[in-house]
Design a protein around this ligand. Structure first.
Ligand code: UDP
Ligand code: MG
Length: 323
């Protein structure tokens, strides 16, 4: 029916996921079979797991899956590098072997049936297809509020991200090749992909709750991700500081004029409280601004080192080293 059958790689970062992998791996395999059966993708399509330095049996499970069924492949990072780096490692590994990738979490939260629409969109000429959550009723109130606040703050700070889109997306080979040119160490993929451009669209899906295991994204990590996202995509905070500095300067100038006038009129009283208040206020603002600027300098420091973003220690399709 469709003449061109692309090789699809489903790229899945896994960190301590021994409870969910045995369940969800079958779901991913069935999805590949169904799509291949419908002639939408090539039968050579694969599921590529990235073991992100898990401390449990995740890698052993992946190796076993790869042994039993050639549709499963896996790579193992040399240590835990975090979700974004693990995902990039998988995408870069898949890039040379496929026509399209779909990245998804391995916990079964994202509805895999949205993949059909994603592949259809690719056939219609899209290079990037964002999976967007239709609603969040399965998330707790806290997770929903913090997560949606995250997108609003990100956009207000100039880091343009697709609302309610996490890392469930289709990327074509062409988009991946362009993404490979982005050498930054501070990774925030959902901010980087829109920068790559190309024709894109969104597919809506419902997000379920985790099948098993626990979320690896507590509030602390979400805040860190948001902060990373803002500072690696935008210099808006520094501009805000400049604006703030200007505002405080104007107010101070008015204050000086006022003080001089008061002094000339002879109405001055020893104002310990007001002096202390101004000193504290200025000190606080300056420290805050220094902190934000320092954060950027830290980022520059890490970027100048240009350290590798991941290191692949093992691949399921490579023979073990000879004894
Ligand atoms: N993950 C990873 N490395 C990490 C933390 C998480 O590869 O250091 C993976 C994890 O296995 C999962 C995905 O990233 O497939 C998203 O994590 P999780 O489901 O815990 O986050 P949430 O969906 O709660 O935001
Ligand atoms: Mg999850």
């Amino acid at each position: 029916m469709v003449e061109k059958q692309p090789v699809l790689y489903i790229v899945i970062p896994c960190y301590n996921e021994q409870e969910v992998l045995p369940i969800t791996s079958g779901m991913f395999r069935d999805k590949l079979r169904q799509l291949a059966g419908e002639g939408k993708i090539s039968p050579d399509s694969r599921v590529l797991f990235v073991n992100d330095g898990s401390k449990d049996n995740t890698w052993a499970i992946i190796q076993k899956l790869a042994e039993e069924d050639p549709c499963f492949e896996g790579i193992c990072l040399s240590r835990n590098r975090g979700h974004q780096n693990a995902l990039l490692a998988g995408l870069m590994e898949a890039r040379t072997r496929c026509d399209i990738t779909i990245s998804i979490d391995c916990d079964g939260q994202d509805d895999i049936n949205a993949m059909d629409a994603m592949v259809d969109a690719w056939h219609e000429g899209c290079e990037v297809v964002y999976g967007v959550r239709a609603k969040r009723d399965t998330d707790t109130w806290f997770k929903r509020t913090t997560a949606e606040g995250f997108y609003h703050i990100m956009n207000a700070m100039g880091a343009k991200v697709v609302f309610n889109h996490a890392d469930y997306r289709l990327l074509s080979r062409r988009a991946l090749d362009e993404l490979a040119h982005y050498k930054e160490v501070n990774l925030f993929l959902r901010g980087m992909v829109p920068l790559v451009g190309f024709k894109s669209t969104s597919v809506l899906y419902d997000r379920a709750s985790r099948i098993a295991g626990e979320s690896h994204y507590p509030l602390r990590k979400m805040l860190a991700l948001a902060f990373d996202g803002i500072t690696s995509l935008s210099v808006q905070p520094i501009r805000l500081i400049t604006g703030l500095g200007l505002l405080v300067s104007i107010v101070s100038f008015i204050g000086v004029v006022w003080a001089v006038v008061e002094a000339l009129l002879g109405a001055t009283v020893a104002g310990w409280a007001s002096t202390t208040a101004i000193v504290c206020f200025m000190g606080g603002i300056q420290l805050l601004c220094l902190g934000v600027i320092g954060e950027y300098i830290g980022k520059i420091y890490m970027e100048t080192k240009a350290r590798p973003r991941f290191c692949v220690a093992e691949r399921t399709w490579e023979k073990e080293r000879e004894e």
